[in-house]
Write a protein that binds this ligand. Structure first.
Ligand code: FMN
Length: 153
């Protein structure tokens, strides 16, 4: 079994829907050999990263940056993981009420430092909430889990 870790901040009903959609896609019935672990960032840490084969991050944009919770997760994980997780496949989604670029830049910068490998274009769910965000999140989860299952990432 491979392990896919989903670490996503979900402080509102909409963002809970997005996280559930990512998980739902990752648990697609045709994906057989991937265990899915879902944690809020404040409950996740370097041990979770060290024991996964791929990671999907999710965050809101708050005040032009990723959520404090996801930032704290990186703060606690960066150095314990730096030498051990180079090449880790990852993807991410951002829920941004109106922008998302500051958060996107910040995640790019931190994950470049970690030398993780981006396996899907960033998904930015921007603007007024739309139901289609959930389908996009579901596809993101399914894509990463299916790629892991097939040994493509
Ligand atoms: C204090 C605060 C700051 C925010 N700052 C930003 C921001 O800088 N950029 C942005 O795109 N959205 C911003 N938002 C909107 C949030 O991204 C959005 O409300 C959040 O992702 C939850 O989505 P929802 O309202 O659909 O549940 C902010 C929201 C709050 C409460």
């Amino acid at each position: 079994m491979k392990r896919l870790l989903i670490v996503a901040h979900a402080p509102s009903p909409n963002t809970l829907r997005l996280r559930a959609a990512v998980e739902n896609g990752a648990r697609h019935e045709d994906i057989e050999a991937v265990e899915v672990v879902v944690k809020p960032p404040l409950e996740a840490g370097p041990d979770d990263i060290l024991s996964c084969d791929a990671i999907i991050l999710g965050t809101t944009e708050n005040l032009g940056y990723m959520s404090g919770a996801l930032k704290d997760f990186f703060d606690r994980s960066y150095y314990p993981c730096l030498e051990k997780t180079q090449g880790l496949p990852f993807a991410y989604y951002i829920r941004a009420g109106h922008d998302g670029t500051g958060t996107n830049r910040a995640i790019e910068s931190i994950t470049t430092g970690l030398r993780w490998k981006l396996v899907q274009d960033p998904l930015i769910c921007r603007g007024e909430y739309r139901d289609e965000f959930e389908e996009q999140c579901r596809e993101l989860g399914m894509y990463v889990a299916a790629s892991l299952d097939a040994g493509l990432i």
